[in-house]
Design a protein around this ligand. Structure first.
Ligand code: AMP
Length: 428
C-alpha cells in the first residue's frame, strides 16, 4: 500500500531543506540584530482563542480553520495564524509586567483549509515578529524595515510595500455605519455571506472573492476618507519614517487585512512578479488584543510572512544560488575492509572544521565519487589500504580534480587553512 501526503501539504525534501535552513538562519540573525527574541507556541490552541480574536466572521475562522474535539470533548483548532497564540503566551507568562518594549519572533507551520494552488497550501509556514509596548509609528516602521531587510538580503528588492488603516475605536464605528448604509443598497447583488456580514461585521465584506460582490463594493466608501486625525497621522508617520529609511511605500485605500484584531495602520509587502499570490506577508497594529486576551492594555504591532512564497520568489528570480545556502563539506570514501576506524578518527577531526559525510557502502571508488559530486561536496577524502597502513589520506579537490597524499595532521591543517582562505575571500 502506498500513501500520499494530504492535499495542500508539502514535504520538505533533502533537496529543498538547505535553502529553508539558510532562510531560517538569516531570519534569526536579522531579527536578533533588531532585538527580537524567538518564541514558540503549540500548533493547536483552544478554538475560542481564534474565534474571539481573529474573528468569527473572518474567512480564516469561518471557512478555513481545522477544528476538532479532543478525547474529552474540548474544542481545539490548529493555529491558522500565530499572533493570537503569541499574545496568549505573552499574557499567560506575564511578560508585560515589567513594562517597556518586548520584541518577539517566531517561525512555524500554520493550517488553513483553503483551495490549494501555487503559493496557497493547507499546511504552510510563516515567520513573523510581534512587538509590544508602544503605540508610536516608529515601532510599526521598525517591523517593516526588518521584513524588508530580510527580503533584500535574499535578493528580493523589487518590492511593493503598501500601507492602509482600519481605524480605531474613535473612527471605525462611524465608518462602519456609513459602509453598512452603502451595503444595504446592494442587497440584491451581494452573496449570502456578505449579506450576513453587512449586519455583523461589514468590514469583512471586503474579503469576499465572489466577482459580483467585488464589483458591487468597488465604489464603496473607503475608511481612509473617514479616519480620525490620530489614525491618519499614525499611518502617514509610518510612511515618512520608512521613506527616511530608504523604503518607498504606497497608500492602498482598500487594504483592510482579513483578521478582526487589527487597529490603525496595517501593511502588506508584495512581490509583484509572483503573479496572483504576490503577497509575501502583511501585518499591522493590534492595540486592543492584549487586553482582550486578559492582559494589561498594551499597544502592539507585528507581521507574518509566508515562507513557501518567499522560497518561490527566491527560486523563480534566481537571486541566490546553491553556493549561498549549501555548506560544502568533505565526502569520506572508505575503499577497503577495516577502514572504518581510521575513517571515524579522521571524520571526527575534520568535523571541527567542515561537514563530513562517510560512505560505508563498500562500493567502488567511482560510485562513491559520483555520490560525492551529487552531494555537492568540496573535497573527497580517499582511504584505501595504503593510506591505512601509512596513516595518511588522499585529498581530492572536487572542483579542480587535483589530489595529493597527506598525513592525517597535514590533512586537517590544510582544510583549516583552506577554510580560512575562503572566509577571507568572501569578506566574512
Ligand atoms: P495573512 O496574514 O493571511 O495575510 O498571511 C500572511 C502571509 O502568509 C501571506 O502574505 C502569505 O505569504 C502567507 N499565506 C497565507 N495563507 C497562506 C496559504 N494558505 N498558503 C501559503 N501561504 C499563505
Amino acid at each position: 500500500m502506498k500513501f500520499q501526503r494530504p492535499r495542500g501539504t508539502n514535504d520538505l525534501t533533502p533537496e529543498q531543506s538547505p535553502l529553508w535552513r539558510y532562510l531560517r538562519h538569516l531570519f534569526e540573525q536579522i531579527s536578533t540584530q533588531f532585538g527580537y527574541v524567538g518564541v514558540d507556541t503549540p500548533v493547536f490552541e483552544r478554538t475560542e482563542l481564534f474565534t474571539r480574536t481573529v474573528g468569527e466572521d473572518t474567512d480564516v475562522v469561518a471557512k478555513e480553520m481545522y477544528t476538532f474535539a479532543d478525547r474529552k470533548g474540548r474544542s481545539l483548532s490548529l493555529r491558522p495564524e500565530a499572533t493570537a497564540g503569541v499574545v496568549r503566551l505573552v499574557v499567560e507568562n506575564s511578560l508585560l509586567a515589567s513594562g517597556g518594549t518586548h520584541r518577539l519572533c517566531y517561525w512555524g507551520p500554520m493550517f488553513r483549509y483553503d483551495r490549494p494552488q501555487a503559493g496557497r497550501y493547507r499546511q504552510f509556514h510563516q515567520l513573523g515578529v510581534e512587538a509590544f509596548g508602544t503605540g508610536g509609528a516608529a515601532l510599526d516602521a521598525e517591523t517593516i524595515e526588518l521584513f524588508v531587510t530580510l527580503l533584500r538580503e535574499v535578493g528580493l528588492s523589487d518590492l511593493k510595500v503598501t500601507l492602509g488603516s482600519v481605524g480605531d475605536d474613535a473612527c471605525r464605528p462611524g465608518y462602519i455605519e456609513i459602509l453598512r448604509k452603502f451595503l444595504a443598497g446592494k442587497g440584491d447583488v451581494l452573496c449570502k455571506t456578505c449579506l450576513t456580514r453587512t449586519g455583523s461585521n461589514p468590514l469583512r465584506v471586503f474579503d469576499c472573492k465572489v466577482p459580483g460582490c467585488r464589483e458591487a463594493i468597488a465604489d464603496a466608501p473607503k475608511i481612509l476618507d473617514h479616519l480620525c486625525d490620530d489614525c491618519r497621522t499614525h499611518m502617514d508617520h509610518v510612511g515618512e519614517l520608512l521613506q527616511t529609511a530608504g523604503i518607498s511605500v504606497e497608500i492602498d485605500p482598500s487594504l483592510v487585512r482579513g483578521l478582526d484584531y487589527y487597529t490603525r495602520t496595517v501593511y502588506e509587502v508584495h512581490y509583484p512578479s509572483l503573479g496572483a499570490q504576490s503577497a509575501l506577508g502583511g501585518g499591522g497594529r493590534y492595540d486592543g488584543l492584549v487586553e482582550q486576551c486578559g492582559g494589561p492594555a498594551t499597544p502592539a504591532v507585528g507581521f507574518s510572512a509566508g515562507i513557501e512564497r518567499l522560497i518561490l520568489a527566491i527560486q523563480s528570480e534566481g537571486t541566490l544560488s546553491e553556493k549561498d545556502w549549501k555548506s560544502r563539506g568533505a565526502y569520506l570514501c572508505l575503499m577497503c575492509a577495516g577502514a572504518e576506524a581510521a575513517g571515524g578518527r579522521i571524520a571526527a577531526h575534520l568535523r571541527e572544521a567542515m561537514p563530513v559525510e562517510v560512505d560505508y557502502t563498500g562500493r567502488g571508488l567511482k560510485a562513491q565519487l559520483k555520490t560525492a559530486n551529487n552531494r555537492g561536496a568540496r573535497f573527497a577524502i580517499l582511504l584505501g589500504e595504503d593510506e591505512i597502513a601509512n596513516r595518511t589520506a588522499t585529498l581530492k579537490d572536487l572542483d579542480s580534480g587535483e589530489q595529493k597524499v597527506l598525513s592525517e595532521e597535514q590533512l586537517l591543517t590544510l582544510i583549516k587553512t583552506w577554510i580560512a582562505g575562503e572566509t577571507r575571500q568572501s569578506g566574512l
